[in-house]
Design a protein around this ligand. Structure first.
Ligand SMILES: Cc1ncc(COP(=O)(O)O)c(C=O)c1O
Length: 463
């Protein structure tokens, strides 16, 4: 009898693509009534994901897209461990603590053993915790002085959206220093101008999301010292080191940005960015246990033992933290230095080569901040495309190189950015440059009639 795949029940030895499930549309928005063969459903779901971009060609993200097989292996072995169950998985809890100590040492906490901190799901959660500690401490100071504590504000440079979220969720006024022509980051003078008795803290970013540049933490700290001498207001600094927290210690060990500056009370960083861990881990550290208000720490005993919990999430995977620890041991300072400087060299190389194409002006070349580069279209030349068109056309070859408008006060300026991450070789850089040349040749032959306007190009990619 001929095989009738729609009427004959699936057999264990059916080819996946000859099975009944593979020849009907998968249910998309409603759960099916019955069960289905794991082998077939797994294949179909995996195949649907082929439509996603290729993560290694995603030059927009700051997050890791290449992992050693040992990391993948550790992740698989520990996928069932809940980080919050510290009593059940004491060794995972111990490893998390060790990571906090390693970071305290890396970020030069004065007595590394008295620094405190935790892992988080990423820098966004870490930023919430850091911001909350600033807010609580400010309230305490105001209340102790018998002054109103109703109008807190936070001073930042051009920040990642997590700080907008923090301010909105907790009712804090965000005083974000606008960009100016030629100045894309905060400086001491601009920061201090916006400080007053209601300022809960100043947040410089080590590795500004828009351009990749490091904000000058030492300069800001010095300016706040002068401000304190004049006004008596001691304003703490929290450093958003989402990327830079894992770069500066290896690439610029003499740069003063961390706990060597007494005014720096807390630091966040993303393990899954230049910490080289898989997606899903960030860190927040306070220079001293007393910088984390006790009021923010919850104690729970129903999982066994007495556990201190001061994250926004409760259950979280332990695997990423374990993989972070593996990286610390596997790579050491030398390994991190080597990987990050290889990325930095590729960023500088790409910036030089892109400049040579004659159409683009490099704004940042990766040499003293994040291994990244960004550029704008050169002024004074007729361009047959916008940067949005350019980004769109590069996707034909799978490259994701985002174009976006800058924030206030440079909303009219569109730039394009590349993040160079672990796993990006010289050969890959050259393949990308070939595609830049192909794309330019394409637009010269077929100038864009109605260029995608800057607005149509979509919003800024924060991630
Ligand atoms: C400066 C900065 N802060 C915070 C974040 C948010 O980090 P995460 O994605 O780890 O939550 C990012 C992400 O790109 C960032 O660049």
């Amino acid at each position: 009898m001929l095989h009738k795949k729609n009427t004959v029940g699936d057999r264990i030895d059916d080819d996946i693509f000859a099975s009944a499930d593979a020849s009907t549309q998968l249910p998309k928005y409603k759960m099916p009534d019955g069960q289905h063969d794991a082998r077939v459903v797994h294949r179909l779901v995996a195949d649907e994901l082929l439509l996603d971009g290729n993560s290694r060609q995603n030059l927009a993200t700051f997050c890791q897209t290449w992992l050693e097989p040992e990391v993948v292996n550790l992740m698989t072995q520990t996928v069932d461990k809940n980080l919050v169950d510290k009593d059940e998985y004491p060794q995972t809890a111990e490893i998390e603590k060790r990571c906090v100590h390693i970071l305290a040492d890396l970020w030069n906490a004065p007595g590394a053993s008295n620094a405190t901190g935790t892992s988080t799901t990423g820098s966004s959660e870490a930023a919430m915790l850091g911001g909350m500690a600033l807010l609580w401490r400010w309230r305490e100071r105001r209340e102790a002085a018998g002054k109103p504590a109703e109008k807190p504000n936070l001073v930042t440079g051009p920040v990642q959206v997590c700080w907008h979220k923090f301010c909105r969720y907790w009712g804090v006024e965000l005083r974000e220093i606008p960009m100016e022509n030629g100045r894309y980051i905060m400086n001491g003078e601009e920061a201090v101008k916006r400080c007053d008795e209601n300022t809960i803290g100043v947040v410089p970013t080590l590795g500004v999301t828009f351009t990749g540049q490091f904000e000058p933490v030492k300069e800001v700290s010095d300016a706040l010292d002068v401000f304190e001498a004049k006004t008596g207001l001691g304003i703490p600094i929290h450093v958003d080191g989402a990327s830079g927290g894992f770069l500066a210690p290896f690439l610029q060990p003499d740069l003063l940005w961390d706990f060597r500056l007494p005014r720096v009370k807390s630091i966040n960083a993303s393990g899954h960015k230049f910490g080289l861990a898989p997606l899903g881990v960030g860190w927040i550290l306070w220079r001293d246990a007393e910088d984390l208000p006790e009021d923010l720490v919850f104690r729970v005993n129903y999982l066994g033992g007495d556990m201190a919990d001061f994250a926004l999430n409760f259950s979280r995977p332990g695997s990423q933290v374990i993989a972070q620890y593996y990286n610390f041991l596997r790579l050491g300072r030398e390994g991190y230095h080597n990987i990050h400087s290889a990325c930095r060299d590729e960023a500088i190389y790409l910036a030089q080569e892109i400049e040579k194409l004659g159409l683009f002006e490099i704004i940042y070349d990766g040499s003293d901040g994040i291994p990244a580069l960004c550029w704008k279209l050169k002024d004074g030349i007729e361009h047959p495309f916008s940067l949005f068109d350019f980004a769109d056309r590069l996707r034909v070859r799978g490259w994701q190189v985002p174009a976006y408008a800058l924030p206030a006060n440079l909303q009219d300026r569109v730039i394009q950015r590349i993040l160079v991450r672990h796993g990006f070789s010289r050969d890959m850089a050259d393949l990308l440059l070939d595609d830049f040349r192909r794309t330019i040749a394409h637009f010269k032959a077929h100038p864009v009639q109605t260029s995608m306007t800057e607005k149509e190009g979509g919003g800024f990619k924060h991630g």
